[in-house]
Design a protein around this ligand. Structure first.
Ligand code: DX5
Ligand code: ZN
Length: 219
């Protein structure tokens, strides 16, 4: 049976005590920490940047799974890596040259992911699948937590899982947006390896992080 990993999104945490919340996530069985970086331009919301990530680094040894929703993205990659990102995921629409951005992240020895919005076809990533560590399927339009899961993206996951098998590739499939105790199952069945979750992890069961992470992991 394959192992499902959980990457809780700190977008749903208490921003006045992010360090503490990250520590609690580690103690509750999170596998990595999903950090949503928004620029108020690529997406209609604004969150945090490198200085905050840097100051959070000391609170956990878990990998920082940094989801960059910023345009242009390329010139900021190094700043996020210097701040402590272990995985950098970007959207292909936000760079002039996807190859160069992948290469830069590789050169700086971090894991690289490409993210596909609900209306972005897998063609945008197809030629890069042998060079990336993960593909992040957006199951909501990025910008805000607490949105409804868009079930149409399931077919994309199935297609990617098939390509991965056919070509014997190793990239992981991560899903982000509207993941709850039901949609998680649908996503896992389709081939997902990593679940991002903000609202469900932080708000269900009166905010019992451990219980929520354990329940999401159950196949
Ligand atoms: C959306 C973000 C997500 C979001 C997920 O733009 O990329 O990571 O925080 O939150 P929930 O789990 O509430 O949909
Ligand atoms: Zn995200």
């Amino acid at each position: 049976m394959k192992k499902i990993q959980i990457s809780p999104s700190i977008l749903s945490a208490d921003f006045s005590k992010l360090g503490e919340d990250i520590k609690r996530l580690e103690e509750s069985g999170a596998d990595m920490i999903h950090v949503d970086v928004m620029d108020g331009h690529f997406v209609p919301n604004l969150t945090i940047g490198p200085p905050v990530i840097k100051s959070l680094r000391k609170y956990t040894k878990l990998p920082f799974d940094v989801h960059l929703m910023i345009d242009p993205v390329h010139k900021y990659i190094k700043d996020y890596i210097d701040a402590g990102a272990d995985i950098i995921t970007f959207h292909p629409e936000a760079t002039n040259n996807v190859f160069e951005t992948i290469n830069l992240i590789r050169l700086l020895k971090r894991k690289v992911g490409i993210s596909l919005n609900p209306n972005t076809d897998i063609h945008a990533a197809k030629e890069h699948l042998d060079k990336i560590d993960l593909i992040l399927i957006m199951s909501v339009y990025p910008g805000f937590g607490g949105q409804k899961f868009i079930k149409e993206v399931i077919q994309k996951i199935k297609d990617l899982d098939q390509i991965r098998k056919d070509k014997k590739l190793n990239f992981k499939i991560e899903i982000d947006g509207g993941i709850d105790f039901e949609t998680s199952k649908i996503a896992i069945d389709a081939g997902v390896d990593i679940l991002v979750s903000g609202t469900t992890v932080f708000k269900e069961n009166n905010g019992d992080l451990k219980k929520n992470i354990e329940t999401l992991k159950k196949i």
